[in-house]
Design a protein around this ligand. Structure first.
Ligand code: BGC
Length: 696
């Protein structure tokens, strides 16, 4: 054994320190076997103030090879972050990528396993493009469907958004660090940089934050603060959101980064509130932050705490120890990812109306169909904002239908203004499929896209197109593309079939054809309420400096108001039928921190295989506090063959049924009766059971 005298060790150390090299004892940080926090401690203790602050901001306003970088530290071997957007596929700045159906579409699948695979695929493509942080998922609740970025998020319900977001994060983080955004209450585009969203503490805790808490529990490595203010303070300097709730109550140990450019406003306020990283460049952090520490207005301990989070994320995710790159030629736009994109759209399409039933179209009994509308032959994958992607191919509905039609003739009329001769030809077909809806010209991210929707109505041109076709062909099916809810009053009554196809991704046309011809059975369920008019929704205010978000929106709003929406939350038809029976709970009384196991039988009572989404809602009929009429607290997608019955088990966490007691400043599980209702939508709940939580 070689023995080194203490004096020699000290001399080596002094020489190393004088040369700027780290203390050899600190080299523990290089040891992948050493405990995570010891490695972080060792690194931190080796860093100068300038080096620490350099870890707390982006490298440049201009992306490098499409990625937003943070500086690396060559002396200590600390890699930088390399960030890229990716809610529907890796952002187009890096080149081509697989384009998946948008988040809203994937919300309609109610399929956690699928969303995990989508996250895994996008994460892999991001990693193959050199990124190590994926700026997704978008986790803001859809308060109102006119929100310009409605397409990015999973829907209007917190439980559902949390479950889907957690699945995405679990998948994506096999490859990269996911960044849940935008924390929080960011659901208006036109005033997004400045609007002050007011919400009382109960509304925050019960409605607008639990889905973020859910992804934190799933281990998300990063959270992006939103542009807007919440209760007076910009989210990037909102101590209540960032420090009290996210890092305090939820024990989030990842890092918080600002939204881009306009997400940071003040050095000291942000640093004290808990913003760890300013993106995409050093404006308020960098030299001003170094000065603030020297001047004593920002304690060094706050900088250390932020850098600790950054270093922890880099070590925990594997990027510090050099994560193996993936080969873009193998991973990006792979056939396997295209298949996931097609499966996602197939499961996302929501059949809203099917009189007759007209659908599916039989290849044997149909000679010729017309495919009508400019959107029938337009790649329409979503907005032009940060979530925009670029794929080497996009299958339009017309192309998908032509490919799938087999012996059925296809009359293509890809225009919104068919000539009289076209209309006569359409009238002579067995059926007409009209593709209408929204595009990037109608909705999207503000500044780089169209912003909020002006109205929930379809354009006059599209309404006229549907009317013109429907008046000539009694077998008209309308396929609606877009972010979600549109007002279908009027035009939907004139047609026999109505499908919501969302922004369907690069394989969308194939999946739409799968549904139309019955090669797949529609199984999407609405993650957003379709109102009959905007009057059935809370007001959407996108031109005022401040707005108030109340306790109720979406189905909770229509349920409380006794309103009759056009299509309720959770709704979607199938080519088969399902029956629910034998609802049972495993206990009549439950502990406050306990679990109630819900069991129910679901049978496929029709003549084709299909998927049902079992939905579990909870009500509080005797609550002493104001409660929503019902709230989704569990769901499970189940595949059933013809005549098959399966028992589906869903666990309810009693803690998820608590209300926020503002006086106590805590969640309280009320000693009361809890009614459990199970069925296929928020308005079709044939089975009920109840349990109680005893006092004490
Ligand atoms: C968007 C974020 C996005 C970021 C980087 C911002 O304008 O709000 O969602 O991740 O840009 O592209």
């Amino acid at each position: 054994m070689i023995r080194i005298s203490p004096l020699a060790a000290l001399a080596t150390c002094l020489a190393a320190c004088a040369s700027g090299a780290p203390d050899p004892a600190a080299r523990i940080y290089r040891d992948p076997q050493a405990p995570l926090e010891s490695r972080v401690d060792a690194l931190l203790s080796s860093m100068t103030l300038e080096e620490k602050v350099e870890q707390m901001h982006g490298a440049s306003l201009a992306p490098s090879a499409g990625l937003s970088d943070t500086p690396a530290n060559a002396r200590l071997g600390i890699p930088g972050f390399r960030m890229v957007d990716g809610m529907r596929g890796v952002g187009r700045a890096t080149g081509n990528a697989t384009t998946f159906p948008v988040g809203a579409a994937r919300g309609a699948t109610f399929d956690r396993d699928l969303e995990r695979r989508v996250g895994e695929a996008i994460g892999a493509e991001a990693r193959a493009r050199g990124a190590n942080v994926l700026l997704a998922p978008t986790m803001n609740l859809l308060r109102h469907p006119r929100w310009g970025r409605a397409q990015e998020t999973y829907g209007e319900d917190s439980f559902h958004v949390g479950a889907m977001g957690a699945a995405f994060v679990e998948g994506a983080q096999a490859h990269v660090i996911a960044s849940a955004k935008h924390f929080a209450l960011n659901s208006i585009e036109n005033t997004r940089f400045t609007v002050d969203v007011q919400a009382d503490e109960r509304t925050l805790r019960e409605v607008y934050l639990p889905h973020f808490r859910r992804v934190v529990a799933a281990g998300v490595g990063s959270v992006m603060s939103a542009y807007n203010r919440v209760n007076g303070a910009y989210c990037g300097e909102n101590r209540h959101l960032l420090s009290d709730i996210l890092k305090g109550d939820w024990a989030f140990d990842g890092f918080v980064e600002s939204d881009w450019v306009f997400g940071t406003h003040d050095t000291v306020a942000s640093a004290l509130a808990g913003l760890d990283v300013e993106m995409p460049a050093a404006h308020y952090y960098g030299a001003p932050l170094v000065q603030a520490v020297r001047a004593g207005t920002v304690p060094l301990a706050d900088v250390d705490a932020a850098v600790r989070r950054v270093l922890r994320a880099k070590i925990r995710s594997g990027i510090f120890d050099g994560k193996a790159p993936l080969d873009p030629a193998v991973v990006v736009e792979s056939a396997a990812h295209a298949e996931v994109a097609r499966e996602a759209e197939r499961k996302a399409v929501v059949l809203l109306k099917n009189d007759g039933p007209l659908l599916p179209l039989s290849r044997l009994a149909t000679t010729r169909i017309a495919v009508v509308g400019a959107l029938a032959d337009t790649p329409n994958t979503g907005d032009t904002g940060s979530s925009a992607t670029q794929s080497s191919h996009v299958v339009t509905p017309l192309a998908g239908i032509e490919q799938a039609a087999g012996p059925v003739g296809v009359l293509a009329v890809p225009t919104d203004a068919p000539a009289d001769a076209d209309l006569a030809a359409i009238a002579a077909c067995d059926a007409a499929v009209v593709v209408v809806g929204l595009t990037a010209a109608d909705e999207g991210e503000d500044l780089v896209g169209a912003g909020d929707r002006a109205s929930l109505e379809l354009s006059a041109a599209h309404q006229q197109l549907v009317a013109a076709v429907a008046s000539r062909n009694p077998n008209t099916v309308v396929v609606v593309e877009g972010s979600g809810a549109v007002i279908v009053e009027g035009f939907a009554d004139a047609v026999r079939g109505l499908l919501l196809a969302w922004y369907p991704g690069q394989e969308g046309g194939l999946a739409i054809a799968d549904i139309l011809f019955g090669d797949a059975n529609p199984s999407g369920r609405l993650p957003v309420t379709f109102p009959r008019s905007e009057g059935q929704l809370p007001p959407f205010v996108n031109d005022q400096p401040a707005v108030t978000y109340g306790f109720l929106h979406g189905y909770r709003y229509v349920d409380a108001g006794g309103l009759d929406p056009r299509f309720p939350f959770g709704f979607g038809l199938s080519y088969t039928s399902f029956a629910f029976s034998n609802l049972s709970l495993d206990r009549a009384t439950a502990q406050k921190d306990g679990t109630v196991h819900v069991s129910v039988d679901v049978a496929n009572t029709g003549s084709v295989a299909g998927d049902e989404v079992v939905q579990v809602y909870v009500s509080w009929p005797a609550s002493a506090v104001m409660r929503p009429v019902r709230e989704l607290k569990g769901f499970e997608r189940v595949s059933l063959g013809v005549g098959e019955t399966r028992t589906v088990g869903i666990d309810l966490q009693v803690q998820d049924l608590a209300y926020w007691d503002a006086g106590a400043g805590a969640f309280v599980v009320e000693p009361t009766t809890y009614e459990v209702a199970v069925g296929g939508s928020s308005r079709d709940l044939p089975l009920r059971a109840s349990f109680s939580v005893p006092a004490g």
